[in-house]
Design a protein around this ligand. Structure first.
Ligand code: UN1
Length: 517
């Protein structure tokens, strides 16, 4: 292993020698297929991880169920105290975990650390939540009766997460699920097993210290077969899935067909709309971060840019200047702004998208190719040029506009009226995030109102990506309608009962129905 990698791994006590166990159910195991963890910046193999066999998966599910039976009776504020300790343990390893994310996923250091911070933040949030997961008392129409709406723990929650946020998305789910009194079983992306092992080690050591079964936060690494078995399993009460629309559609159907609960976070195809009165000193850098940050691999990345005709030239020339300043580099180097795409396949998707743009007559303003002359150790990395493309026209029925390409390609269209831009914003299947740039309140009213943007995240003078944890995170339409993180998202992680209690000596029927002989 290179020094570069072994420094990162040893800071988190991840052995660098042989195969690693990729399953945790209270004990570490794993004797299934081997998955390689590969550094996307260098191509270096970081580790071999043994995934779950079907038997190991079933045992993990059984242990999750047992852990839930125990954990559901632990008082919620006590669960919150455990979360507080998890939060502290994660914060103590913020830099180290952040570096591991950079090493294994490929995002730059500040974003890797930011992702751990997102887990810390949601843990904080869930500590508070553990004393605030309130039900309600509802007025009964019958004398001496009271109706209670009661949240109770749900059961086993499986979290199927994606490579692009290998830590934070699990964090959102774990924090709420744990506060709610569930056992959580994590199936991470097969290409980021080390992040999941490192996080699970930190979380399990806190559980152990508190005498809580480790399977309250279990881990099963594996590929499609492991994922499919989890989705099909009657032992899983809720599946929280982050990934592609294609897989998510299937996950939704399978979980629905067994009447399980499902939470979907699927594709994003997010637009920024810039009005003539926008403050370009804010809008240009925000679009730059949204489109180029994480090398375009956030589901919230800015993919479409709709510019008012009066500011097109000014906006694009400033944006191009920022693009020209970007150089690919080692994500672990704090000076780097552009890391690699996650794998070879992503590079192909990027190249195909660029080819299609060219074929359909789009102008490529900048970018459009892979970097070819990178030096060791980066010459085998998956680095592509951030790209700005201007198609001949906006036609949201064309795949140039209506498909999510998980790469740094920004497609630009020009409008004259806000209504037109809103129509384009809404005219695609996806509905995750969108942002409007303006200083005119009337535009804001339109944008956030009934005829405005139809996405789950609707921003004003804030970019499409980089949401805080406090509000619910998620998208509408083909993004799947799921909500995670803040807001009312916790309400999905419990089972609700409406409990009518009769404190009186009479037993009247509702609606005044008489039923006596
Ligand atoms: C994702 O890309 O799957 O809002 C999640 C953001 C981050 C989370 C993105 N807080 O960009």
């Amino acid at each position: 292993l290179s020094n570069r990698a072994s420094t990162v791994l040893s800071a988190l006590d991840i052995p660098t020698a042989s195969e690693l166990h990729g399953v945790y159910d209270g004990e570490w195991c794993g004797s299934g297929d081997i998955f390689e963890s590969v550094c996307p910046a260098t191509g270096e193999v970081l580790a071999h991880v043994r995934s779950a066999t079907p038997q190991e998966l079933q045992r993990a599910l059984d242990r999750s169920r047992e852990a839930y039976m125990f954990f559901r009776s632990v008082p919620a504020p006590r669960r919150g105290e455990i979360l507080r300790q998890i939060r502290e343990a994660l914060a103590a390893k913020r830099e180290e975990l952040g570096a591991l994310i950079s090493l294994e996923m490929g995002k730059i250091r500040t974003e890797g650390v930011g992702e751990v911070q997102e887990f810390v933040d949601i843990a904080d949030y869930a500590v508070g939540l553990s004393r605030m997961m309130n039900g309600r008392v509802v007025a009964s129409e019958r004398p001496g009766h009271t109706i209670l709406e009661v949240p109770n723990p749900l059961g086993v929650v499986a979290v199927l997460s994606a490579f692009n946020f290998p830590v934070a998305v699990y964090g959102w789910n774990l924090a709420l699920s744990l506060a709610a009194g569930n056992a959580t079983l994590w199936k991470p992306s097969p290409s980021t097993p080390l992040c999941s092992i490192a996080v699970t080690k930190i979380v399990s050591s806190v559980l152990e210290k508190n005498g809580i079964p480790g399977a309250v936060a279990g881990l099963v690494t594996g590929g499609k077969d492991v994922g499919a078995s989890i989705v099909e399993s009657e032992d899983v009460d809720m599946v929280s899935f982050t990934g592609s629309e294609t897989v998510g559609r299937r996950v939704g159907q399978v979980v629905q067909s067994r009447f399980g609960k499902v939470l979907l976070e699927l594709g994003g195809n997010n637009a920024a709309v810039v009005m003539p009165d926008a403050d370009l000193s804010l809008a240009v850098p925000a679009v730059f971060f949204g489109a180029v940050g994480t090398a375009g691999q956030r589901c919230t990345s800015t993919r479409r840019l709709y510019l008012h005709s009066s500011i097109v030239q000014k906006f694009l020339s400033r944006l191009e200047t920022l693009y020209a300043s970007v150089h690919p580099g080692d994500p672990l180097d704090s000076a780097t702004l552009l890391g690699p795409l996650h794998n070879r396949n992503a590079v192909e998707i990027y190249s195909n998208a660029v080819d299609h743009l060219l074929k359909t007559g789009a102008e490529i303003l900048t970018g459009g190719a892979s970097y070819t002359s990178l030096k060791d150790p980066l010459k085998n990395g998956h680095f592509v040029m951030p790209t700005i493309a201007i198609p001949e026209r906006v036609d949201v029925s064309d795949k140039v506009w209506n498909t999510e390409t998980f790469a740094p390609i920004l497609t630009v269209g020009v409008f004259d009226e806000l209504e037109e831009a809103i129509e384009w914003n809404n005219g695609v299947p996806q509905g995750l995030s969108s942002s409007l740039w303006t200083r005119d309140l009337r535009n804001v009213g339109k944008w956030i109102g009934p005829a405005g943007s139809d996405t789950g995240i609707v921003n004003v003078n804030v970019g499409t990506s980089g949401a805080e944890i406090g509000a619910a995170f998620g998208g509408n339409k083909s993004t799947g309608w799921g909500r995670e993180s803040g807001g009312d998202a916790w309400k999905q992680y419990v089972r609700w009962s409406a409990c009518t209690v009769n404190f009186s000596d009479e037993a009247p029927l509702a609606q005044g129905v008489q039923f006596s002989p």
